[in-house]
Design a protein. Structure first.
Length: 300
C-alpha cells in the first residue's frame, strides 16, 4: 500500500472525529458559533508553531504576502466559518450521517464554482454525475417520516443548511488554492502550511470579535469546555495536515476518491456512537450521492 492511502484515510478519520466532537458541543455545551470557534481557538496556535518550526528546519525563505493572498485568504476563511456554522446547525436538524452527506455535496458544487469563477469546463459526464447527485440530495431532503415526497418537500431548513455548507466549503477551497498559489513558492508543504496558519489566525480573530459582540458568553464557554474543545482543534489540525500531505503525494482526484470513506465513517458514528436511526431511504440517498461523487471525481 502506497503511503498516500493511509494518510488520506487518517485525514478522513480526523475530520469525522472533529465533526463528532463539534456536534456534541453544539447539542449542549456551546452554540453553533461557539462550536465553530473551538476549531480555530485551539488549532491556530498549534499550526503557527508548527509552520515556524518547518520553515526553519526546511531552510525556506519567508515569502511576501501580497494583497492577492490576503483577499483570497479572507474570503476563503469567511466562507469556511459560515460553512462550519451551517454544518453544525445541520447536525441539530438531522442526524449525523445525513449531515455529513449533505456537507459532501461540496465535491459537486466545487465543479460549478470553478466553472463560474474560473471558467473551468465541465464535460457531459460531469453534469450527469451532478444530476445523479441531485437525486441523492432529494432522497435525503425530506423529513424521515415522509414516505412519499416531491420537490416541494425539499424546501426545508435541513436542505438549505446542507447545500449552503457544501457551496461555502467549495468557495473556501477555491479561494485557498488561489491564496496558496499567490505565494509563488516551490515547496507545496510550505505554501499549504503558511496559508493554513494565516487563515486560521484570521478566523480566530474574526470569530472572537463576532462572538464578543453577538454572543459574548460563548468565548468563555469555549475555554470552559476546553477538555473537549481542545480535541476539536487538535483533530482539525491533524486532519488538515494529512489532507495537504496526501495532496503532495498523489493526484487530488485519487485522494478525494479515497476520502469519501468519511461517509462510511459518519454512518457508523451515527449508528454506533450517537445511537441514531438511519432510515432505508436515507441509506439509499447516501449511497446514490456517494456514487455520484465518485463518478464526478472519475470524469473531471
Amino acid at each position: 500500500m502506497t503511503l498516500w492511502i493511509p494518510i488520506t484515510l487518517a485525514a478522513a478519520l480526523f475530520q469525522t472525529l472533529r465533526f463528532m466532537l463539534q456536534r456534541q458541543l453544539s447539542l449542549g455545551t456551546l452554540s453553533a458559533g461557539g462550536a465553530t470557534l473551538a476549531r480555530f481557538f485551539y488549532s491556530a496556535p498549534l499550526v503557527a508553531v508548527l509552520i515556524v518550526i518547518y520553515m526553519g528546519a526546511s531552510g525556506n525563505e519567508w515569502p511576501g504576502f501580497g494583497p492577492t493572498f490576503w483577499i483570497y485568504g479572507a474570503v476563503g476563511g469567511l466562507a469556511q466559518i459560515l460553512a462550519t456554522v451551517a454544518t453544525v446547525r445541520l447536525f441539530q436538524a438531522r442526524n449525523f450521517a445525513v449531515g455529513i452527506t449533505f456537507k459532501k455535496t461540496e465535491v459537486m458544487q466545487a465543479v460549478l464554482v470553478g466553472w463560474v469563477l474560473l471558467g473551468d469546463t465541465v464535460s457531459g459526464w460531469g453534469f450527469a454525475a451532478i444530476g445523479i447527485g441531485l437525486t441523492g440530495v432529494m432522497l435525503l431532503s425530506a423529513p424521515p417520516e415522509l414516505v412519499r415526497f416531491g420537490w416541494r418537500d425539499m424546501a426545508n431548513r435541513a436542505v438549505g443548511l446542507g447545500l449552503a455548507s457544501g457551496l461555502l466549503f467549495a468557495v473556501s477551497g477555491v479561494c485557498y488554492r488561489g491564496a496558496s498559489l499567490s505565494l509563488g513558492m516551490d515547496d507545496p508543504l510550505a505554501r499549504a502550511g503558511l496559508t493554513l496558519s494565516a487563515v486560521t489566525a484570521m478566523q480566530l480573530v474574526a470569530m472572537v470579535i463576532w462572538l464578543r459582540w453577538r454572543d459574548p458568553g460563548q468565548v468563555s464557554a469555549v475555554w470552559a469546555a476546553r477538555r473537549v474543545a481542545v480535541w476539536v482543534g487538535l483533530m482539525s489540525m491533524l486532519g488538515s495536515f494529512c489532507w495537504f500531505t496526501a495532496f503532495t503525494l498523489q493526484n487530488a482526484a485519487y485522494v478525494n476518491a479515497v476520502g469519501q470513506v468519511e461517509l462510511v465513517l459518519s454512518a457508523l458514528a451515527s449508528v454506533i456512537v450517537f445511537r441514531e436511526a438511519v432510515s432505508a431511504r436515507e441509506w439509499v440517498g447516501m449511497g446514490v450521492l456517494l456514487g455520484s461523487i465518485l463518478m464526478l471525481i472519475a470524469v473531471i
